[in-house]
Design a protein around this ligand. Sequence first.
Ligand code: PHE
Length: 336
Amino acid sequence: MENSIEKIKQEALKKLDEASSDIESIKALSVQYVGRKGFVTQFLRNISKLPKEQRPLAGKEANQVKQFLENAFSQAIARIEMEKNSLSDSIDVSLPGRPVRLGTLHPITQITRQICDIFTNLGFEIAEGPEVETDYYNFEALNVPKDHPARDMQDTFYISENIVLRTQTSPIQIRVMEKYPPPVRIIAPGKVYRCDSDLTHTPMFNQVEGLLVDKDVSFGDLKGILTTFVHEIFDEETSLRFRPSFFPFTEPSAEVDILCVMCRGKGCRVCGHTGWLEILGAGMVHPAVFENVKYDIKQYTGFAFGMGIERIAMLKFGVDDIRKYFENDLRFLRQF
Ligand code: PHE
């Protein structure tokens, strides 16, 4: 009895050896020996016919052989498959190389650069300032009174009583004017922060500030520069209108609308059926601001403007949810 299980085992191993690298034959051998009706299984079933005292030992040995053969078959198959794979993994120098996916600039970076290019071509220089600002630069020097709603905790992120995350790029105006005498002509892009979050507002967004100070600067110059800008960033057919408005640091102040880029003035969902879209705030620099930076208000005048970059990008690319720009979903970003 013991001999015969050992014989089955040796026979199986010999056949496994003969099957060499043929997976199908090995699978067939596995069925033949350790399958449900295989030799070893049958042997195990017949143990009940043995005299009682022989059964435990025979059973133990037969089970060991079954286990051994099962392992031998599955290891042989695994080894062959591994060899096959490593063969197909080896380098085929005749194949073309895998293309490396190039990244692209984030759409907001693209628009920021376009805006800055337009203004640098008009003679503006790029300026920067800190995102963590003092109350003085963000509000006080810009003639924003202590009780102005923008100073509320609900609208502004306070780091401490006198330190804020800048809510606008306008403090850069002050920093530049403190440092350089007139004439100045700067364009200043950067991140700004406000406690706000919905379809069209995120707590962080980007603005571009513009400032031009010189002798005899008029509101007409402001209109000319902004018209040139809008025609370049959108197209020549995009007309502008200036609506009287209020900012503490400009007087007079205006909000600038462009003809709706979606419906061209007919009225649609994007422009709230008005035919116009607000894109920026602007005005002539308030004399109080000039006094804060010790510019001679008798000699100099100037204009300033500020716009949200995401807003321009949304209109240019037809994106209706500002948050898409910050979700880092590559399926969205690869489209630009
Ligand atoms: N800082 C203003 C804002 O964030 C925009 C602005 C800039 C208005 C410069 C006038 C002049 O709304």
